[in-house]
Write a protein that binds this ligand. Sequence first.
Ligand SMILES: Nc1ncnc2c1ncn2[C@@H]1O[C@H](COP(=O)(O)OP(=O)(O)O)[C@@H](O)[C@H]1O
Ligand SMILES: [Mg+2]
Length: 362
Amino acid sequence: MHLAHLRLRDFRNYRRLDLDFQPGFHLLIGDNAQGKSNLLEAIYLLATLRSFRGIPGAQMVRHDQPGYFVGAHVVGREEHDLKLYWSTSKRQISLDDRNIRRISEFLGALRAVVFCTEDLQLVKGSASRRRRFIDLLLSQTDPTYLPLLQRYTKTLRSRNALLKQRSIDESALDSFTQELVTAGNQLMHHRTQLLPRLSPLARLAYRRIALDQEELRLEDHPSVRGDFAVELAQSRHRERALRQTVIGPHRDDVRLLLNNRPAIQFGSEGQKRSIALALKMAQVEYLTGIHGNPPILLIDDVMGELDTKRRAAFLPLLQRAHQTRSQVFLTVTQNQHLIEGPGTVGRWHVNAGSVTSVRIDD
Ligand SMILES: Nc1ncnc2c1ncn2[C@@H]1O[C@H](COP(=O)(O)OP(=O)(O)O)[C@@H](O)[C@H]1O
Ligand SMILES: [Mg+2]
C-alpha cells in the first residue's frame, strides 16, 4: 500500500499542497518549525482520524481560516480516494466520493504507524496511553472493534452521569449496567486475545533494538478479574461514593515487563526508549501479519535520538517497505540519511509550508 497523492488545504501551516509520491523511502528535510511533522500528521489523520500529537481538530486549521481539508489517493490491492474536511460547524469524511457516517468504514483504507518522541509515554505515561495503543491496533485490524468501543464509551458516560445525580433512577442504572457488561465483555475478549499475539512480536523487536539481554513481555492487567457483572455489583458502594463506574475495561492496563519486572519502575531511560520502539515495531509486524502487507511508516524525529544500533533495528522494516512497494516517510533536519536504508526514492525539502523535490545531486 502506498500514498500516491496527498492534498492539503489550510492544514496547519500549509495553505495548499499537492504532492505525488512513489512507493519507497522518502526523506523530508527541513529546519525546525517548517512543517515536517505537520505533513506526517496529515497522513496519520487520514489513517486513524486522530492526530498523533493527541490534539483536537481546531488546532489543525490554518490560523484565521474556517476549516481544513486533507485528501489522498491510496494505491494498494485496491485504489481509494480519501477526503476529510473539518470545521467547527461541519465535519465530513468521504471514501471514493461517498460520504461516510461510520468511521470504521473509513479506517483501513490507509494504514499507517507513526514513530515519534511521544511514544515514550507508552512506557512512562498512564494506563490510558497503553489502552489507546491497544484500541488503535484492534481498530486497525477488526472493523467491529471501534463501533464496540464507541458503544461501551457512550454507555459508560451515561452511566456515570446517572451516578452523579442526587437521586439515582435505579431502573435506568440497571439497563445501563446490562449494556455496559455486554459491550465490556466483548471488549475484554478482544483485548485478551490480542496480547498473547502481540507480546512475542514485541519481545523479538526488543531483542533487535536493545543493547541488553533482557526479555520484554506484555501482560494483561485487567480491571475485571472474573465476572464483570458480579464485580460491578460488588463495587456498588465504591461507585456510589465516588459517583462513577470504578471497574471495567476503561480501567484496564497492559504491564510492560523486563525479565518479569515492571519496566516503569526498574527500567533505565534507554530501556524505556527501546520498549517504546519495540511496541511500535510490534504494531507494524502485527498489522503486516494480519493484512499481508506492511503499513506506511511515518518516522518523526526519532532517528536523531537513537544510537547506531537502535537505528539499525529499523533496517528490516525499511527493506521490507522497499520490497513490498510500501512507503516510509522519515523527517530529518539536515540533508543526511542517518541510516543506510534502501535507495531513497524521494528527497523533499520542507520550508515554511511548502514542499519541493530535491534532486539527488543537489
Ligand atoms: N494551525 C496552524 N496554522 C498555521 N500554522 C501552524 C498551525 N499549527 C502549527 N503551525 C506552524 O507549523 C510550524 C510547525 O510545524 P511542524 O511540522 O511541527 O515543524 P517541523 O518541521 O519542525 O516538524 C510552526 O511554524 C507553527 O507555527
Ligand atoms: Mg517536527
